[in-house]
Design a binder for this molecule. Sequence first.
Ligand SMILES: *Cc1c(COP(=O)(O)O)cnc(C)c1O
Length: 472
Amino acid sequence: MVLDRKARIQRTRQGPVSTVRGKGKAEALRPASGSPPPTHDPLRANDPVIYDLVEKEGRRQQDTLQLIAAENRCSPAVLAALGSVVQDKTTEGFVGQRYHGGCEVVDRIETLAVERAKQTFRAQYANVQPHCGTTANHIVFNAVLHPGDRILSLGLDQGGHVSHGAQVSATHAVYDIAQYGVNRQTFLLDYEAIEAQAVKCQPQLIICGATAYSRTLDFARFRRIAERVDAYLLADISHIAGLVIAGLHPSPINEAHFTTTSTYKSGGPRGGLILMGRDHNRPIRAGKTHRPLWDHLNKTTFPGVQGTPQLNNIAAKAVFFLETLTAAYKSRQLAIRENAGALAGCLIDRGFEVLTGGTDNHMILLDVTQFSPGLTGVVAQRCLEACGIIVNMNRLPYDRKGQSVTSGIRLGTPIVTHSGMQMAHMAEIADLLHSVLTQVKPVSDTSFHLDDRFIQTTRDAVCGLCRRFPIV
Ligand SMILES: *Cc1c(COP(=O)(O)O)cnc(C)c1O
């Protein structure tokens, strides 16, 4: 989000604050905080078209309700590091083993990023070079597996991530994939069933971690399963890393051999991260010799999977990890989880089917087909978007609808919480969702009718709510 924040705040102040009927006056007038906006004059001068689109994206983010569980908002300081001259430095390899000159400054940046990542996750090893969460996973696969080796992971249609072995992924093309699911009745992981499957299929790597699962993961149990079949364990905590940092979800760092995460879902820059705890020094065979796992992982990062690190992105990660060490970051994680619990409760009160009856994290999965006849995930996503409410359709476990239709939507509270919304505002959000999904008339699995005046009134109400919480 690279918008001229000052312009956005001014717009908010002049704008429809007065249209908020009766409530939220104090919120509406809350002073903007944060560092001064980065100037975008060179962008405006050189490329007015992109400048205008960047502005428009900023306005979209301010004036619509962001409920995508995989999104968050980074700080102006993180944005400043991303847009800095560090972007222009090229090198290869890790600190102390660079292949280009002139690295004395970026070496300090990467060292700080690593030290802060280790501190925030209480890890023994951190690798801040992965370009994204998917690549972080591929680096681990490349480190411990040979082509054709077997991975046991949560299926895509059960809440797993594409990179864990979905048919369409490179993981599936290179490795032999076996997948576990959730219990058909409870939609919860069934550890006994996973253990039985592991014993039967003898994987070399087990992956735990999900992209659509709203309950706590038992990493210690996964480790016992991995030990029993002599497999490595990878915990992918992309969605829940913020909760892990804040101590609001058990940490996998000393349970899994490897922990991976994307860094944007927890409020940092886009990018990936690999961490290790007590297993970081464990030897692994590399050709004719053995190396410690951490050293092996560096070598399989570069030149194994990636080329040059994005050093501006690594600087931004360092800034973000410093933020995660603050009490403010930790209390925000608690608020995210409390808001998700409150929103789930409000939705259940209004007749929605929430999978597993609630949530332990920042995410809520709704079965919209149970709410009204003919409603599908894609219709819900599109009619909500028409009204300014941004969610994503999501396949649910054992979903009878295809992946471009789906029975569900997934909601998340990181951005609304970051904006300053509290538990009381979750009722307003639930009312908006209820009102739109009651009003919409599905015509087919993918099309619907919704009254134009209703759309306009709801858009105005959504915009009014969002502008009480200006992006700063
Ligand atoms: C989002 C996500 C990823 C992918 O991260 P990218 O940085 O988008 O590649 C990987 N694993 C899980 C579980 C995720 O939720």
